[in-house]
Ligand binder design. Structure first.
Ligand code: 1HE
Length: 268
């Protein structure tokens, strides 16, 4: 079942489909440093709900302008003077969006530059791969703003950097950037030039895999992290039973058998 994505419906996201199945989704409020207002979150939910059934083979998630994302729209939050229940529901919509990304089964590659802060880091950490340029920096300024993370940082950022670093980032507003950020796991790639170009290259590579393999990689791994080891091993066997017998894989296996497929070699 394939569904259509009508890109004209999106106002805060600029969306572009490439012929090879890679879609570029760009946060498009550079004047607000791509701060996440509720409309942007709703658009992310809409896109990432549709993507797995719309033939999207990989997504590059980018931010327009000098910054990837400044996090929660603090002006909207201030103006709306939300009740605790209202803000809880806002956060649940963020989780809906970010869970669709992480568990949806479509590879999401974030292209990072400038500020990747607060909710912007929560968004980036929901991507499967993060590519940063030399300007990118990561921080959780919530503590200084009288706030707390609400978009999954306690889970996903802690997963990336560990509990003690996460608490330090929140208590002190500590900024990580450059090679150190890669070593901590905040990004997997750092490039000299454009993180967008590099992310596109990564996305194109991923998009050449069979969609069912990518579905398993970009859905099952995250689900299995939430299970006991026993249950995860069982689920892995079930998923492998389905993926590793897919008819579309036969040609790739045949190419290995007849020696026409590329071999795995060390980097030169
Ligand atoms: C914003 C936001 C925003 C900028 N909400 N409008 N996030 C933060 O605490 C980050 C807050 N932002 C910043 O620290 C800086 O804006 C940046 C480092 C990202 C960029 O600095 P700069 O000098 O390029 O821009 P600027 O002059 O600070 O801002 C330019 C405009 O963007 C300005 O609007 P203008 O109409 O006055 O021109 C800013 O108001 C606007 N802007 N950031 C709204 N965040 C689910 S809980 C999640 C918790 C959080 O994410 S807490 C938020 C953490």
């Amino acid at each position: 079942m394939t569904i259509q994505i009508d890109i004209s419906r999106y106002k805060n996201l600029a969306i572009e489909a490439h012929d090879d199945g890679v879609w570029v989704v760009t946060l498009n409020r550079p004047a607000k440093r791509n701060a996440l207002d509720i409309d942007t979150i709703e658009e992310l939910i809409e896109f990432f709900s549709a993507a797995p059934r719309a033939g999207v083979r990989a997504v590059v998630l980018a931010g327009s302008g000098d910054h990837f994302c400044a996090g929660l729209d603090l002006i909207e939050h201030h103006d709306q003077d939300r009740s605790p229940a209202d803000f809880m529901h806002v956060c649940l919509r963020w989780h809906e969006a970010f869970n669709k990304m992480e568990y949806g089964g479509v590879p999401v590659i974030a292209a990072l530059q400038g500020a990747v802060v607060g909710g912007g880091l929560e968004l980036a950490s929901s991507a499967h791969i993060r590519v940063m340029d030399q300007t990118a920096y990561f921080a959780l300024p919530e503590g200084q703003r009288g706030l707390f993370t609400g978009g999954g940082a306690t889970i996903r950022v802690t997963d990336l950097v560990g509990k003690s670093r996460m608490i330090d980032m929140m208590l002190t507003g500590r900024v990580y950037q450059g090679q150190e950020a890669v070593e901590l796991g905040l990004a997997q790639y750092i490039v000299e030039g454009s993180s967008f170009d590099a992310a596109l290259e990564v996305a194109r590579k991923a998009a050449r895999n069979l969609p069912l393999s990518n579905f398993a990689i970009c859905s099952a791994v995250s689900h299995m992290q939430n299970m006991s080891a026993m249950d995860a091993a069982y689920a892995e066997a079930v998923v492998a039973g389905i993926v590793n017998t897919q008819p579309d894989a036969r040609a790739r296996l045949a190419a290995f058998a007849d020696k026409s497929a590329a071999r795995v070699r060390p980097n030169t």
